[in-house]
Ligand binder design. Structure first.
Ligand code: ME8
Length: 502
């Protein structure tokens, strides 16, 4: 079985989860479910980034220890992932023993390769970004990325010879056009690397909340060196090399655009130095604003996914995030738009289609329909191969928006097919029973296919549709064709989506 290894960033525990964290994690879940459905051996990992100065500072301000803070906040993440139907296979915390081992092992490999030396770091540091910043990068004396205050550091530090890997990294990016996506982001990285890579400080001595440098306990390892290594820990490095070699390299690291440089510059050079293969793809998605404004604690407009889900349901939330904005671009979250899509696309287009189709099978055929003798795909099912191929191509390139567009044009087509073929007229004429059966069978096939295509996005709804069609709960690659010899024993249920007063 072919493997597929996908990761999310591991989230800092200084903050509780919000819509941004949910977005990346749901995207990875969509991909993981899609690949499992297509028969892949999937490893899908997420987790929490628990070390570093930022977490230590927050804990101090809360008068708790960093591990108390982490233990408290990690529950918030885990609970949210349950609520959002996230199907991760692993959840890694960087304070776990298995992770400490992995970090020590990769640090030691890099060191043995002659790429670590002791020096002194004297420059700036942005704690919210956990980034070293040079004087010339400052913008108005502040962090060029987040605009917040920076602090001056002057301390002994171990350095990683990142400068050594500049040419190799550029070459790798050129040879593998889909290593960094989307393309605009790749171009940003290429010009950054061409601007020159300096050696990177990879240890700190002025606080203690981290993994000690092997052989020099006065230092803790830089939190990004620590955090990025989680991707190796999850697949068994260094103790279970058989498992590691099976899953590594990762097929996709999904991240937000804010942390692309760490993933597309630091991480590959660490791996090159350690003599390990590079991930196949790093995909950086865009950022959400909220009702037109940047999301921030001070503005008090941070979207809590728990609240949205309680009010509108998990599948509507999952659907909205990926229908509203092409993956890779920035987007704006607004409740008006969410409601509009729930009413139009979910309750009306999809919900009504399911309900009226099933009602007709109940009313006209006593609740069950089998494939009629000599049946051929008709109506919307004639174009189903194109639909499936378009969907697969879109999904394989993480183009969720296009995949959903394919599904919703199919849904409209099926709705038009019903209007055109007027089963309610045929039902009045016993001589046209054959025609009626064929049309309703076609509808059931269409619903089966729709249920399977929406399943990665809306797992609960996809499963519920299958239940109502009398099928097993999870779709598989077998469902990727029309004209299966199914017998549909249908069951009508409550509306899949409730309309909301706008
Ligand atoms: O950076 N819109 O963790 P973090 C979209 N621990 N996505 C958003 C977002 C927004 N407004 N805000 C956050 C870290 N995100 C490190 C990662 S990985 C080895 C270490 C998402 O808790 C987006 O995926 O700050 C971003 O990359 C991530 O949250 C940052 O999470």
């Amino acid at each position: 079985m072919e493997k597929f290894y996908i990761t999310t960033p591991i989230y800092y525990v200084n903050d509780v989860p919000h819509i941004g964290h949910a977005y990346t994690t749901i995207a990875a879940d969509i991909m993981a479910r899609y690949k499992r459905m297509m028969g892949f051996d999937v490893l899908f990992a997420t987790g929490t980034d628990e070390h570093g100065q930022k977490v230590e500072k927050t804990a101090l301000a809360n008068r708790e220890t960093p591990i108390e803070l982490a233990n408290r906040v990690v529950v918030r993440f885990k609970d949210l992932w349950k609520k959002l139907d996230i199907s991760n296979d692993d959840f890694i915390r960087t304070t776990e023993e298995r992770h400490k081992k992995a970090v020590e092992a990769i640090f030691t490999r890099v060191k043995e390769n002659g790429d670590i030396y002791l020096g002194e770091y004297e420059d700036w540091y942005c704690t919210p970004c956990e980034t070293f910043i040079t004087e010339s990068q400052l913008v108005d004396g502040r962090c060029p990325d987040c605009g917040r205050e920076v602090e001056r550091l002057k301390e002994e530090s171990y350095f990683f010879r990142m400068s050594r890997y500049q040419e190799r990294l550029l070459e790798h990016i050129e040879r593998h056009p889909d290593f960094i996506e989307p393309e605009s982001k790749r171009n940003e990285i290429v010009s950054f690397v061409k601007g020159g890579l300096r050696d990177l400080s990879i240890s700190r001595t002025t606080f203690t909340w981290g993994i000690p440098v092997p052989g020099d306990e006065r230092h803790v390892i830089y939190v990004w060196f620590d955090a990025l290594t989680n991707y190796l820990t999850v697949c068994g490095f260094p103790d279970d090399m058989e498992r590691f070699e099976h899953y590594w390299p990762a097929d996709v690291h999904l991240i937000g655009k804010d942390i692309l440089r760490f993933h597309a510059v630091y991480w590959p050079t660490f791996l090159m130095s350690a003599g390990l293969p590079l991930p196949r793809k790093i995909f950086a998605h865009g950022w959400w604003t909220v009702e037109g404004k940047k999301m921030s604690k001070s503005l008090g407009n941070v979207v809590d996914p728990n609240k949205v889900v309680d009010e509108y349901g998990v599948d509507a939330f999952r659907y909205f995030l990926f229908r509203e904005v092409p993956f890779g671009l920035d987007g704006d979250f607004s409740i008006a738009s969410l409601r509009h899509r729930i009413n139009g696309e979910l309750a009306n287009d999809l919900g009504n289609l399911v309900s009226r189709s099933i009602t007709m099978v109940e009313r006209y055929l006593g609740g069950s329909v089998s494939r009629p003798e000599g049946h051929h795909p008709e109506g919307p099912l004639k174009g189903v191969d194109n639909l499936l191929e378009g969907y697969r191509k879109a999904m394989d390139s993480l183009d969720f928006h296009r995949a959903l567009n394919h599904v919703w044009s199919f849904i409209s087509e099926v709705n038009r097919f019903i209007d055109r073929s007027t089963p309610w007229v045929l039902a009045k004429d016993p001589e046209r029973k054959g025609e009626l059966t064929s049309i309703l069978y076609t509808l059931m096939e269409a619903l089966r296919i729709i249920g399977c295509l929406i399943y990665p996005f809306m797992p609960g709804t996809g499963e519920e549709m299958r239940r109502r069609l009398g099928l097993g709960s999870t779709p598989s690659s077998r469902d990727f064709r029309a004209d299966l010899e199914e017998t549909y024993r249908v069951e009508k249920g409550a509306p899949l989506f409730k309309r909301i007063e706008e």
